[in-house]
Ligand binder design. Sequence first.
Ligand code: NAP
Length: 458
Amino acid sequence: MTMFTEESPLRVAIIGSGPSGFYAAESLFKREIPCKVDMYEKLPTPFGLLRGGVAPDHQKLKSVSKAYDRIASNENFAFFGNVTIGKDIAVKDLESAYHAIVFASGTESDRALGIPGEDLDGSYTATEFVGWYNGHPDYKHKVFDLSKKRVAIIGQGNVAIDVCRILAKTPEELATSDIADYALEALKDSKVEEIYLIGRRGPVQAAFTELEIKELGVLEDADPVVSTEDVSLSETDKAELELPKNHKAQKNTAILKEFSERGEGVKKRKIRIRFFESPMEILGSDHVEALVLGKNKLEGEAGAQKARLTDERETLAVDLVFRSIGYKGLPIEGVPFDEKRNVIANEEGRIQTAEQTHQKGYYVTGWIKRGPSGVIGTNRADSIQTIDKLMEDVGHLLTPEYDSNDSVLRALEEKGQRVVSFEDWEKLNQEEVRLGQEKGKPREKFTSVEEMIAFLSR
Ligand code: NAP
């Protein structure tokens, strides 16, 4: 059995620097075995969805990055930002430098509705919008036509709520967030007045969580509007609310009932939270003009109710559509992919080949392992499970040709790739915070890779 020592430690490459990647690193450092962790990240900046996904007005959630800073301060940790595995370096090439590779690359794309008109101008994915307002370099150039009045958001997960809240807040409410400056400017001119938040099932089944839905009731210039009909529960719904551990549904339903008692409200913007409706078609000649909705009824037992389409249809005049029905993982060249679930094929974190055997030395964690669900902390337990498996496999890991990462770093250098270290990131971070302070914001983000590299080269 391979014996790892301080001089010859276990060497692990982690691909992706979001929460699941950092929790994998943390878990590795907690083991008995001496270990070196190299974390590769496509962007020059770490933290994945914590930086590019978590809403800019939810700063408290972002403070978990302090824990990641502590992990990164471990002397056996190194960060290699601005490196895309599968493009700048082939996955296979990592095998010559590491005993194990842990994929923590998240779910970068989004699920499609598969309805006519989905790609019309004015129909956007939540991923694009979230990336745009969060200053993600891949989305900064997107243009959202906010000169329109009526917006439909499809889906009722927490991402849909984030999108809704950013559209509904006043510029003053957003000014102290770390929203990208160009997004704040565009939102200042927004003419959006009616926001429809559309769910295919009922209040009891809604995917959002208590705190997030509650926030829609305390906005400066937007009222939540819920019909009393939508919150009058069926007998099955009542039974569902009584199921053990269904606190989320109980809390959500109580909040929605309270919203329904408020009527239309008096504020300028309306957030119309609607239930039991599925999108059937987006209409428009060259731009979104309307959304055809099919009325659903629920079928099935309490706790397993599914939406079943009826013959009833409604055409809702809207100018913009945001599709927020869940993220989707993308395959990585050279890594087995489960096309049905859109995740890297795995068994409790061990990557599985097409023949259902473990691909030696290959592991996966986070959303690209289990799908896009749960909160940030969910990734901790998930990563511990993956590292448990890795530890069980010690003795049967990869046998790298070299005893360091030199081969990988040399290959990147030969390509002329400007690799960004954690110290480099700390310089970017300090500058972002400094720029933010001038405007009363937690930070003003660099939003282009070129700007970041130029700043680091000064
Ligand atoms: P999500 O929670 O899975 O919600 C997806 C929503 O889309 C659900 O309402 C779902 O309805 C609906 N949907 C799916 N397919 C549909 C279709 N074909 N037609 C109509 N509606 C459809 O996904 P998410 O909002 O992207 O969030 C991902 C994860 O990140 C979640 O775990 C979420 O809690 C987390 N998150 C947390 C926060 C926070 O803590 N503040 C913020 C953002 C995200 P059904 O329920 O009927 O399937």
